[in-house]
Ligand binder design. Sequence first.
Ligand code: SAM
Length: 291
Amino acid sequence: MLAECLEVMDLAPGMTVIDGTLGAAGHSVSFGQAIAPGGRLVGLDRDEEILQHAERALRELQARCDGLQISLHHVSFAEMARILESEGLDGCDRVFLDLGVSSLQLDSIPRGFTFMHDAPLDMRMDRQSATTAEAWLRQVNRADLERVLRDYGGEKFARRIAGAIVEARRRHRIERTSQLVDIIAKALPAAARRQRIHFATRSFQAIRIAVNDELGMLERGLEAALRCLRPGGRLAVIAFHSAEDRICKRFLRERMDLPFRKPIVAGAAEVLRNPRARSARLRCGVKREVA
Ligand SMILES: C[S@@+](CC[C@H](N)C(=O)[O-])C[C@H]1O[C@@H](n2cnc3c(N)ncnc32)[C@H](O)[C@@H]1O
């Protein structure tokens, strides 16, 4: 949704932009071009490995763009106000958040984000954080596990799967993605294992969201973005998950002005190229001028 993002971001040379979810810097390369000459791009990501990918792409960009300043930080976007202050900036013009995991993370087998390959049950976006999926599954109580599977994964069989995980962990440690896939498979009725979408998709997504406290981070990130923006500044957020989108929708409606009435969704051609784009919702808010 690059074209749509550029439209809602409405960038101009000299602006200061925070990309809170830098990823491989696909969006940020375009943002950098639009705010040069001059301009300042502050890129954040919780994932240190991903930042290395971004750094390469952005170094090239900086060489091409006159006076563009770029800084990268390994930090959650919930910390953006502190980062801005540490750079001696009193505010920014745009904040961008493209939520969720990147394909680089999903494709990296040892990170344990996917049920497609056997790997340690890790799923941490920030490898310096203490709780892996394995540790989380060891400690979580059955009721919370069921709630996470249902609310973050939309899993109909949340109760059965939570029960099966609790039962299995009494007998042995659940340390690998393949063990979790087996437990889920055995908990489900046969028909549920034959759906178009892989039967472990929802549980893996739910556990990842819980392990990384993605919704808590989002709430704190939105507050931080509003604090960092100058009056008239814009916040643009892409959400893939309905719970994330609900949080954004409510926040923008209650706390900001809305330049677009409805969320922007990916066009048919993009969905064909990248089916994940089907559930993306892009929303934008403008910080109110102080009265
Ligand atoms: C969908 S990808 C972003 C892709 C990026 N827009 C691009 O063009 O390549 C999401 C990225 O946000 C990062 N991320 C997720 N939650 C975060 C948080 N709370 N703070 C900082 N980064 C976060 C992930 O590590 C991942 O690299």
